[in-house]
Design a protein around this ligand. Structure first.
Ligand code: GLN
Ligand code: ZN
Length: 766
């Protein structure tokens, strides 16, 4: 093959040592001023461009860097700022920009939500109140900077109009209106880029892989016709990712010069589409072969074979080797993982290593088969093979058990109606029982204790004594408040996934494997590298201690298999379903251990059940089926009188209500306050007939809601749900809240439940 180009779609902005986060937080706390923030940010931005330049990437993205979030940038570029931020037009000042992201005195922040099915959160643009105008041409500014400072002929990145509108809050029925308003602004951007002599523009339209209808495809065609008219000489790479195109033929015939495809998540579907319809001769194909959402080093020999498969449909000079999506979703570099052993390190590839893979792959595919290239290809294949056979990977018996159990039914020994009777007899809970979701405030004191212990300053015994002290304190507080079902408070946990990952076999943790979650918040997802196994009880000690302090029931508290899976980087040599079953089997042993230790209520949290779902609706049923099975494998072996709780905090859950029902939990608590009307409405249509608690107050705010407000929420819920099955609880865990407001809010909540009990004078449960 002749020379194949490499392209990148986006580089992590956080910096090797999270310099980006540190600069932002320093600015927010007034430790540095705006010029200093801008100086540091520019330095980082250029450094990241330089890395890509030095590695030899041909098409380097510019304009993917941001001071907070790329969707917020796009909204700001179009002056889409809600009225409450008192914005007066022109380039959006930094103070307004950050106020939209984080709120300010008197103006609550814009909502944030997940970027497709990733764990990155973007700021949701509010179209309703804005009069869009082009306040500045951000892609052009980024292009000029890269060229002037580093001589880089960059490929500016722009979020496509269609995707932008699907991500925004668009008033119902006004989609075409907003297309009409924003399209001239997009046209102006591309015209100016063309005039500047820009070679390639990357327009991200990941929404093209979602289940969209023909109507929307017509809108997209309209948009790209107009952009082509506005800048006929500009080459547009219409970039998609996270799955295969939904409407292949229509999309590849749009008047653009390149189509970027995700050949990791969309591999099979795309290959079928290519085989069936071919690929237009006049377009470039961005071949997203290097996984931008996972951290495993690629077997480049295998990737080369894949690339040759794609090259059957596209001439080599029209191929661009790319990551499957922006590298925003992976950490910066494996070089910083000095504590991992060499075998493990060679199995990983973060952003920088993925860029090396791209370059090598393109070289090899271009026929530059020097000895060096060949030996590196071979080495990559060897490394993957070594991992496959390493003791990390395979734990004897685990894989077989998961394979086998995946076929078995997973059902409680008695149906809900029966369980409810025996549980009522055992627990004697009042009408409208009150409880919380699990965690109590992780105060500075708690965090400090943990870091003392981690640094070796405190012994295990000291730390345990500290945790016990907190548990004792909070059992006392809960009793005083008059809550009916208590929790131990999760003081021993930093993070609900990390805690279990550290105690189960098969997980790996990095030192610096940070990725941006939202704003300056970064997370370090665990890596599921091998078969997951139970080693010893993980939560029994704390739960049993808490239960020993009170006559009231204490719920045991676990993170469910699907959430652990969705919030980790997962091995890619097994189907996710099998990994979920492995986790489920390990957690089942924990459930058993809790039950044997006398814990009679066990909550298995699945806040991420919905968010990992595929982008195409037709794939949901299969995915939900195994997700539900994994939950049931975890929970179904307990005795009928053991009460299984679950908790979810994704409010858009009406569309998976059948799956939630199928979990067959005795009680579910759901975050509701952010979309109260919506969720209640869905219960009007199909009521839920197992135990259920709809969160009666928002835990994301320090505000202490008045009793009457919670009374109203409870009463509205009781109008559509069976009062006999209703529980009263906050929206989610309380770990991010302060102690005072937590106690005050819970006091109001218990009071509200009492008032409604009296008003309804409902029968006390037998
Ligand atoms: N039990 C967890 C807690 O209370 C649940 C957290 C969550 O749903 N994200 O913190
Ligand atoms: Zn929650």
């Amino acid at each position: 093959m002749s020379s194949i180009l490499t392209g990148n779609l986006g580089y992590p902005r956080i910096g090797e040592s999270r310099e980006w986060k540190k600069a932002l937080e320093a600015f927010w706390s007034s430790a540095i001023d705006e010029p200093e923030l801008q100086r540091r940010m520019k330095e980082l931005r250029l450094r990241h461009l330089k890395v890509q330049q030095d590695k030899g990437i041909d098409l380097i993205p510019v304009g993917d860097f941001t001071l907070y979030d790329q969707v917020l940038d796009t909204a700001a570029m179009f002056g889409i700022v809600p009225k409450r931020f008192a914005y007066a037009g022109g380039p959006v000042p930094l103070s307004v920009y950050f106020a939209m992201a984080r709120g300010s005195e008197g103006a609550p922040a814009c909502e944030m939500t997940k970027w497709f099915n990733t764990n990155y959160h973007y700021i949701v643009p509010e179209l309703g109140e804005a009069t869009p105008a082009l306040t500045e041409n951000k892609p052009l500014i980024a292009y000029r900077e890269a060229k002037a400072e580093l001589g880089i002929e960059g490929r500016p990145v722009l979020i496509g109009l269609y995707t932008f509108l699907t991500l925004a809050k668009c008033p119902a029925g006004q989609l075409d209106d907003y297309i009409a308003r924003l399209l001239p602004l997009y046209a102006q951007i591309v015209t100016e880029l063309e005039r500047e002599g820009v070679q390639w523009l990357q327009i991200d339209e990941p929404a093209l892989v979602c289940s969209i209808g023909k109507d929307d495809m017509r809108r997209i065609a309209f948009i790209y016709d107009k952009l082509h008219e506005a800048a006929p000489g500009l080459r547009i790479m219409l970039q998609t990712y996270f799955d295969a195109l939904e409407h292949y033929e229509e999309t590849v015939s749009l008047p653009v010069q390149g189509i970027g495809l995700d050949l990791v998540r969309g591999w099979e579907r795309t290959m079928r589409q290519l085989a069936e319809h071919g690929f237009p001769e006049d377009k470039a194909l961005g071949a997203g072969l290097i996984d931008g959402r996972n951290i495993w080093a690629a077997d480049l020999k295998a990737k080369l074979v894949q690339l040759e498969g794609v090259a059957r449909y596209v001439a080599p000079q029209r191929l661009i080797v790319q990551p499957s999506c922006s590298l925003l979703h992976v950490p910066v570099t494996v070089r910083r993982e000095t504590k991992l052993d060499a075998g493990m390190r060679e199995a990983l590839a973060f952003a920088d290593e993925k860029l090396d893979e791209l370059v090598l792959l393109a070289k090899a595919a271009s026929g530059e088969r020097s000895e060096r290239v060949d030996s590196r290809l071979e080495a990559s294949a060897q490394a993957v093979r070594r991992l496959q056979t390493s003791p990390w990977r395979v734990k004897s018996g685990v894989r077989e058990a998961a394979l086998h159990i995946g076929q078995q039914p997973a059902e409680r020994s008695a149906p809900f109606a029966k369980r409810r009777q025996v549980q009522q007899r055992k627990w004697q809970l009042p009408f409208l029982p009150t409880t919380t979701i699990g965690s109590f405030p992780q105060t500075a004191e708690v965090r400090q204790a943990r870091s003392r212990w981690r640094s070796g300053d405190w012994t295990d015994a000291q730390y345990e004594a500290f945790v016990q002290e907190r548990i004792r304190e909070w059992i006392g507080i809960q009793e005083q408040l008059g809550l009916d079902v208590l929790v131990h408070g999760e003081f021993e946990r930093t993070d609900m996934v990390e805690y279990f990952g550290e105690k189960l076999g098969g997980f790996l943790f990095t030192q610096n494997g940070w990725v941006q979650s939202y704003g300056s918040r970064c997370v370090r997802p665990p890596i599921i590298v091998g078969d997951v196994e139970f080693i010893s009880p993980m939560t029994v000690k704390e739960s049993v201690y808490a239960q020993s302090l009170t006559e009231k029931p204490v719920k045991g508290m676990l993170t469910g298999p699907v959430t652990i899976l969705n919030w980790s980087f997962v091995r890619d040599d097994l189907p996710r379903e099998q990994v979920a079953y492995q986790i489920a089997l390990a957690l089942r042993q924990e459930v058993k251990a809790l039950e044997e230790a006398g814990i009679g209520m066990i909550q298995v949290d699945e806040p991420a059940l919905r968010e990992g779902l595929p982008l195409k609706r037709q794939d949901w049923a299969r995915e939900l089926e195994w997700a539900v099975r994994a939950f049931r494998l975890t929970t179904s072996t307990v005795a009928p009188e053991t009460q299984i709780h679950t908790h979810m905090c994704y409010c858009e859950f009406h569309d998976i209500i059948d799956a939630i029902r199928a979990l067959d939990a005795d009680v579910i608590s759901i975050e509701t306050s952010r979309s109260h009307g919506e969720l209640l409405h869905s219960f009007e249509e199909h009521t839920y007939d197992q135990g259920i608690g709809l969160g009666v107050y928002d835990i994301h705010s320090p505000r202490v809601p008045p009793v009457e407000e919670m009374v109203r929420i409870i009463e509205r819920s009781l109008a559509v749900l069976d009062p006999e099955l209703f529980w009263v609880n906050p929206d989610c865990g309380l770990k991010t809240r302060g102690t005072r407001e937590t106690i005050a809010s819970l006091r109001h909540m218990v009071e509200a439940a009492k008032l409604v009990r009296e008003k309804q004078s409902g029968p006390a449960k037998p």
